[in-house]
Structure formats: structure tokens, C-alpha cells
Design a protein around this ligand. Structure first.
Ligand code: BJW
Length: 240
């Protein structure tokens, strides 16, 4: 099966790759739906990743993100991230990389043009519309940091449930899904939309869809092949 997919990689004029948390598993990043450990074991990530949760428990949600930032800062891109970045250098313009991950590991591996659909864990932004008093220079440190004048809070620059994805990135991802001849769907549970819908779009528009995931997913039905392998092992071989 791997040989077949490698042949498709060789033939396709345009390849789209959609990645999720499993892409970073071999770097040591827990997947989003993995059970959490330690202090955070009692919380469900789906209940923390919302604006409602942040407004209700700003310190708890801020500290969860601070914990994840710290952990990710000490980790490195894996062989799968590196293989994708190297492919785009060897084949400029042939591959569009779309990620749901907020860990920045694709970018750190050298994939500068990654379409990051769910934002970036390393960055913050204002929770509410900033007023004149909300200035970067005067931010008061805290959990979370705040504007000392109006109390507006800083929040992680990620996309929570119920929030719109960055329009330009989503539009570019949809275009790639419509135009690609091959889509690799790597390390995602395929449960979160609109990202998961990109695989359906690619299939409807005639692309071959290949899933790289050790487990079954709801997107398997549109896939020509499912490679039940870890991303860091499979991608370097497929893209060599
Ligand atoms: C390996 C591996 C290895 C392990 N190798 N694989 C249509 C239908 C139903 C619902 C909706 C819909 N359209 C929209 C919705 C609502 C909602 C949604 O999708 N809900 C579902 C849960 C039902 N979507 C939204 O709210 C989105 N916004 C939106 O639609 O706006 C429009 C709108 C707004 C307002 C009004 C009206 C319209 C926003 C979604 C934002 C998602 N954000 C998060 C959090 C980011 C910040 C953070 O990290 O804290 O993004 S949620 C979380 O899920 C995170 C992830 O990017 C995302 C996807 O998870 P992923 O990557 O798939 O991870 P896992 O853990 O689920 O899976 C890992 C996989 O890896 C598994 O399959 C493993 O087997 C595999 N794996 N090791 C390869 N080594």
C-alpha cells in the first residue's frame, strides 16, 4: 500500500496535506483528545478550549495554555515535519501544508507557508476589542496578563470552539482542497470542522485521499487508502 501511495505522490501535480495532533505525537506533544496528565488530568480539553471557559475561569485556562507552551518550547520537530519541509524545498509550489496544530512545529521545521487553521499557541491577543488604553507596553503581568486601565485580558491566539477560523488561511486551504490531485490526511481524528471538511471537499473534487493514522477515523470512508502507521515513520518514506 505504501508503494502505491508513494507512486501517487510522484504523479500528483498538486498535493495538499492536512495535519492534526498525531503529526506531533512523536515529538512528544500529547494529542488533543489524549487523556491529560498531572494537574490537568481532571479537565477535559474540549471544556477548556472555549471562550466561555476562559471568561468563567481565566486563570485556569491561561495556566493550561502556559503549561502547554512551556512543554512545547522544549520539544523538537520530528522526522515527519522535516520530510514535509524538505519536500516543499525540492518541489516548490507542489505541496500545500494545512495544519490544525497550534504547536508551531511545522514552521520550526522550515515549512514557512503553513496554513495554520487554529492559530498559534505561542502568541496572545486581546480578549475584547482593544481600547486606546490597551497598549503592549503597559500590559500588566498576571494569569492572564491584563490592561491596567480597563482590565481587558490577554488570551492565547488560538481558535476556540464556536470561533471563526482565520479567513485567509481557510480560503487558501479550501482552494488547495478543491485543486489538489492527492490529499494526505495525517494524524487527525477528523472530528473538528471545518478542517475535517477539507478532506470531503478534496474527495468530492476528484482527488485521491490517503489517511495516515494508526487508528480508524470518520474520514476513512472517503479515503482510497488508509496507512495505519505513525506519521513520523510514514511521511519520510512517502515523501523521499
Ligand atoms: C497519530 C499518531 C501518530 C496518534 N501518527 N496519527 C459541522 C458539524 C459539526 C460541528 C461543527 C460543524 N462545523 C462547525 C462545528 C462546530 C465545531 C466542531 O467541529 N465541533 C465538533 C467537535 C463537533 N467547530 C468549530 O467551532 C470551529 N469554528 C467554526 O466552525 O466556526 C464557524 C462559526 C462560528 C461561529 C458561529 C457560526 C459558525 C472552530 C474549531 C476550533 C478547534 N480548536 C481546537 C483547539 C485549539 C486550541 C488548543 O489547542 O487548545 O483545535 S479543538 C482541537 O481539535 C484543536 C485541534 O486542532 C482540533 C482537531 O484535533 P486533532 O488534531 O484531530 O487531534 P485529536 O487529538 O482529536 O486526534 C489525534 C489523532 O492523531 C487521532 O486520530 C490519533 O489516532 C492520531 N494519532 N498518534 C499519526 N503517531
Amino acid at each position: 500500500m505504501r508503494e502505491t501511495v508513494r507512486g501517487w505522490v510522484g504523479e500528483a501535480r498538486h498535493i495538499a496535506v492536512l495535519t492534526g495532533a498525531g503529526m506531533s505525537a512523536e515529538s512528544g506533544v500529547p494529542t488533543f483528545r489524549d487523556a491529560q496528565t498531572g494537574l490537568w488530568a481532571q479537565f477535559n480539553p474540549q471544556d477548556l478550549a472555549t471562550e466561555t471557559a476562559f471568561r468563567a475561569h481565566p486563570q485556569r485556562v491561561w495556566d493550561w495554555y502556559a503549561h502547554r507552551r512551556e512543554m512545547i518550547a522544549g520539544l523538537q520537530p520530528n522526522a515527519g515535519h522535516v520530510a514535509l519541509a524538505a519536500f516543499t524545498v525540492r518541489h516548490p509550489g507542489r505541496l500545500t501544508l494545512i495544519t490544525q496544530n497550534v504547536d508551531g512545529l511545522h514552521q520550526r521545521a522550515g515549512s514557512d507557508d503553513t496554513l495554520a487553521l487554529h492559530g498559534n499557541l505561542a502568541e496572545d491577543r486581546w480578549l475584547d476589542m482593544p481600547r486606546a488604553c490597551c497598549q503592549a507596553e503597559t500590559i500588566e503581568t498576571g494569569h492572564p496578563p491584563r490592561c491596567p486601565v480597563c482590565g481587558n485580558l490577554r488570551r492565547p491566539a488560538v481558535v476556540w470552539f464556536g470561533e471563526h477560523l482565520p479567513a485567509a488561511a481557510l480560503e487558501a486551504a479550501e482552494l488547495a482542497a478543491r485543486n489538489c490531485e492527492l490529499m494526505l490526511v495525517v494524524g487527525t481524528s477528523g472530528e473538528v470542522y471545518p478542517a475535517a471538511g477539507l478532506a470531503l471537499t478534496a474527495h468530492q473534487c476528484g482527488a485521491r485521499v490517503v489517511i495516515v493514522n494508526p487508528e480508524a477515523t470518520p474520514l476513512d470512508g472517503v479515503a482510497e487508502l488508509c496507512l495505519r502507521e505513525p506519521a513520523a515513520l510514514c511521511l519520510p518514506w512517502l515523501l523521499a
